[in-house]
Design a protein around this ligand. Sequence first.
Ligand code: ADP
Ligand code: MG
Length: 686
Amino acid sequence: MRPDILNSLFAEISALKGVGAALAKPLERLGLARAVDVAFHLPVAWVDRLIVDELDMSQSGRIVGTVLTPVEYKAGGGTRAPFRVHATDARGNYVSLIYFGKNSGWPRKMLPLGEPKFVSGKLDLYGQELQMVHPDVLPVEEAASVPAQEPVYRLSEGLSNKRMRDLVGQALDRAPDLPEWVEPSLLDRRGWPKWREAFGEVHGKAEALKARERLAYDEIFAGQLALMLVRGASRRRRGVPIQGDHQLRNQLKLPFAPTGAQQRSMNEIEGDMAQATPMLRLLQGDVGSGKTLVALMALLNAVEAGMQGAMLAPTEILARQHFATLQKMLTGLPVNVAILTGREKGRARESTLMGLADGSIHILVGTHAIFQEAVQYKALALAVIDEQHRFGVAQRMMLSAKAERTPHLLVMTATPIPRTLTLTYYGEMDVSRLDEMPPGRQPIETRVVSAERVDEVVEALGRHIAAGGQAYWVCPLVEESEVSDQTAAEVRAETLRMRFGDAIAMVHGRMKGPEKDAVMDAFSRNLTKVLVATTVIEVGVDVPNATLMIIEGADRFGLAQLHQLRGRVGRGDKASVCLLLRGNALSETSRARLALMRETNDGFRIAEEDLRLRGAGELLGTRQSGEAQLRLATPEHLADLIDSARDDARLLIERDGGLDSPRGQAARTCLYLFERDAAIGLLRSG
Ligand code: ADP
Ligand code: MG
């Protein structure tokens, strides 16, 4: 239960004065549902207010404050036309104060004719007329209290900055004094204000660095504390200690020796699995670093011990590919692998479910269908999640809850995540890193090409396939609509077909499963030469003969995503090329980003840069899902503060694991404030 002290801040936004039907949409678009969301809606910029004696056309576009005397009212024609108050400044210059959608009572009351008032707002020039829309009005004596700077908020159509400021003010009024959860010495050392003061400051003045920092810290601290509680809870669970005898693993016929990094990771995993507390390990490795082999070894370790393993993939295509890969690697071994996705139906599904229940299936590969209630394992000992950022913590927990004894958990992630984010999002896990690529990889040459030269690109594609190569052609991401992604791909496929005929295949996210498989299968068997795709191919697909990657509208993708896409090529021993087609009107940032892609293949460097440019939500693909988003902390804050937040959280839990002390109680409030309260349920009772 949320502490009562937070109730007023967590009230629905409709509890704020002036929030009616008209504001519902714009507020919703901004994701502002409760007063607390408004309080967390920090200014994105500040403008200086110009305090003047006299208005002047050159001030238009600025926030201006001056003393005006209302001289005349002009009611609008229809009901929708605005109410106008004509006013003059000290020199007799005219300005028109405009009020939309209000009955005239309010402006008449605020601006009685002939009475000078201090008026402040954005000055606009409309034709030859100076205007202010919905300015603030104050008694002249109070002019001195008007701040010299005004916050600018992210807005949405139908919501003015002035209204936003008013809502923020109301939200702040609802913010209570909260007990202090920050370690006093840290508070001192950093010179941070108290929580409530900090909120007032970040909305009240441009230079509120300390206050900003403190709020960021609170958010990061809540995250770290929650992760540690999750970790603690999972450490208290009973797992299944497993020690395979290597009998199956020794029978594997690998065409290569594991890299040092693979070997090290395998050892770490084996060590974890031998423990009675369940493993909670993250395997980080760039595209192509060989995570599959590491996963397979862990799965075999479970099977050797007479138990089962499950491997979860984020997409159907990837699940099928993993299934095929595992089957191939396990040829000749007495290991039974099955697949389960939303598409397995009827008899096949029944028999898989039975095989899992009676233990005759040793390894299950699938999509989230393997979470469903109907799926019962005889002895699930290991779950491998090939995450690619699409699964959240919640699903991880769900999976672990399936077995009576918590299975060991291995999460694999392909985008190299900067250290700060690893701590932020996976802080509850141990980490193995595949920081060494299998030998013999050819570097990928990346070129940035203007979209105007698409004809030359098509020519190059023609030469590439004439020489026996295969290629991917990824179509631009069209915002907000998968359907449009699909259209873009269809149109591109059509134009390419006019030239290359049946060599062109296409795959997109809306395609039915069997149809998609058939397309992928034909491409991987070199029956088709060019795969036109939306980003569904982003993950996993492995066709070594495809050595040309063309990405249309590259400037619209995130860096990490481009890196993932590029990783589809360069998988064999032939040199690969990646062409990034860019639009014309590129911003400085887009230019810099594409240049970085050209310059480096280092996933960690790209990820760091992507984090700096776009923020954590975009990088981890959590912005839409709303999970684990940081609302107050910037990447710079993360880098600066995560270590002390982590230490502080750890220390608190060591001293007061139940969060019962006054400071522990305060920390609970902090968890509620940032909606990490699910973690509170995991507290050791007593
Ligand atoms: P990831 O899943 O990490 O992107 P994969 O597991 O798909 O990478 O491996 C990429 C390719 O590298 C596969 O074709 C795999 O067979 C190969 N591979 C894996 N480990 C090695 C190794 N130690 N030496 C050579 N090739 C390897
Ligand atoms: Mg993989």
